[in-house]
Design a protein around this ligand. Structure first.
Ligand SMILES: Cc1cc2nc3c(=O)[nH]c(=O)nc-3n(C[C@H](O)[C@H](O)[C@H](O)COP(=O)(O)OP(=O)(O)OC[C@H]3O[C@@H](n4cnc5c(N)ncnc54)[C@H](O)[C@@H]3O)c2cc1C
Length: 385
């Protein structure tokens, strides 16, 4: 009899898992993706969208496109997951499964910082980026403050891309002298996962571009009247334009299940992405992976989600085919690109399960890196959807 693999979320992890399962499973088995949205959003291109290097239509695809590949798509809200009963409650009714892949991403909670929702632009939502794009276009001078509300956040390199691209955007338009740029982060150093050498190289680059940086900054609130960002320790930063990366939380639909840890992220085996429940796996931003020795948060990014989803899909297909599920996620990625503006980018390679410390290399800026990133967006949206 055919099995049903249910995938919650049609973002990076859900789309990869769906494609790999459909290619590896026989037709009699059902692969279903459930998502509340009609569209899949390629979030890695949001920073380019922000500075008019992409158009909105270039970074989205209709999720129903997966149906051409034999993957079923159900547009519905996931309401509750019952792992032991093999059931998921959705706005379109109950769905049963033999295997479940949860890829619901992280929730963004703007209300965590009072004033953020009213005053700051959200570069992590499609609508927020579109509004910010318009605002930047008409911005002719003043203080721009980009802040990270909390840890962990997704797209570990995205804040740097955002600030470098804004810097380049104003330089190219001859307005940079009228604009100050500040990056505020709660992290103890720049990209702490990457170690001091990479952090120092990033700091030098930010200094060369006259971008002010504040590390170890706990954001308390954003005063809508004075337009000041209030930080712990009585520090306040005035701004004319605030861009706030929202607090990330684990999926609220799972908060009553036994799948999440105390902080609300899904607990998984770091190599198989298996959860506490049998036949239930989780990948991507919704999971709470910790680094092996320091126990700091592992990085959340599409590239890691992609590999995790491949491992899960291949292992599920192996079990269904009565083979041993031998695929393992190793926390490695090569060819990650941090866009730095002026049509350039820096290539990174990451091994974050390495012991005693993660190993990260960040090469100098090149044009080829930028074009690789643009080519990847096209490849992704054309081949996976
Ligand atoms: C601005 C920005 C830049 C980034 N840049 C990069 C980059 O350069 N490189 C990189 O590797 N990564 C980057 N990332 C990170 C990357 O996009 C994420 O890590 C990746 O998308 C995570 O995949 P996911 O499947 O876990 O979640 P998502 O892709 O967020 O997908 C989650 C899906 O679940 C759906 N969903 C959520 N809750 C429900 C519910 N209750 N019911 C129904 N559906 C639901 C959502 O609609 C969504 O489609 C960036 C992220 C951002 C925001």
């Amino acid at each position: 009899m055919g099995k049903t693999v249910l995938i919650l979320g049609g973002g990076t992890g859900g789309v990869v898992a769906g494609n790999v399962l459909r290619k590896t499973l026989k037709k009699k088995h059902q692969v279903i993706i459930v998502d509340r949205n009609d569209y899949h959003y390629f979030q890695a291109s949001y920073p380019f969208l922000m500075v008019n290097q992409r158009r909105p239509a270039q970074v989205v695809r209709r999720l129903e496109a997966v149906q051409r590949k034999g993957i079923e798509f159900r547009k519905a809200d996931v309401i509750q997951v019952y792992p032991e009963q093999h059931l998921v409650e959705t706005s379109a009714g109950m769905l049963g499964f033999d295997y479940l892949v949860i890829s619901l991403g992280a929730e963004h909670h703007l209300e965590s910082v009072p004033g953020q929702e009213a005053v700051a632009y959200n570069p992590y939502s499609f609508e927020g980026v579109c509004r910010l794009r318009h605002e930047l276009w008409y911005f002719t001078g003043g203080n721009i403050v980009l802040f990270i509300s909390n840890l962990p956040y997704t797209g570990v390199i995205a804040p740097y891309e955002i600030i470098f691209l804004i810097d380049a955007f104003f330089r190219e338009r001859g307005l940079r002298q009228q604009v100050t740029l500040t990056l505020v982060t709660p992290e103890p150093s720049l990209l702490p996962l990457a170690g001091p050498k990479v952090g120092e190289s990033l700091r030098r680059m930010l200094e060369q571009r006259q971008i002010r940086v504040l590390t170890q900054a706990k954001v308390l609130s954003l005063d809508p009247v004075k337009r000041h960002l209030m930080l712990d320790g009585g520090i306040s930063i005035p701004g004319d334009l605030f861009i706030g990366i929202p607090s990330h939380w684990g999926p609220s639909v799972l908060c009553n299940s036994n799948l999440v840890d105390d902080s609300g992220w899904i607990e998984v085996d770091p190599h198989t992405m298996a959860t506490r429940a049998k036949c239930v796996y989780a990948v991507g931003d919704a999971t709470g992976i910790k680094l092996p020795i320091t126990q700091a948060w592992g990085p959340k990014a599409g590239v890691f989600t992609h590999y995790q989803a491949e491992v899960v899909a291949r292992n599920i297909a192996s079990v269904i085919a009565k083979k041993s599920p031998d695929f393992r996620y190793t926390g490695k990625a090569a060819g990650v690109v941090m866009a730095t503006g002026f049509g350039s980018g820096r290539v990174a390679s990451v091994k974050y399960y390495a012991r005693p410390y993660p190993r990260v290399a960040l090469l100098r800026s090149t044009r080829i890196a930028y074009w690789t990133k643009i080519a990847f967006e096209k490849y992704w949206l054309n081949c996976w959807l």
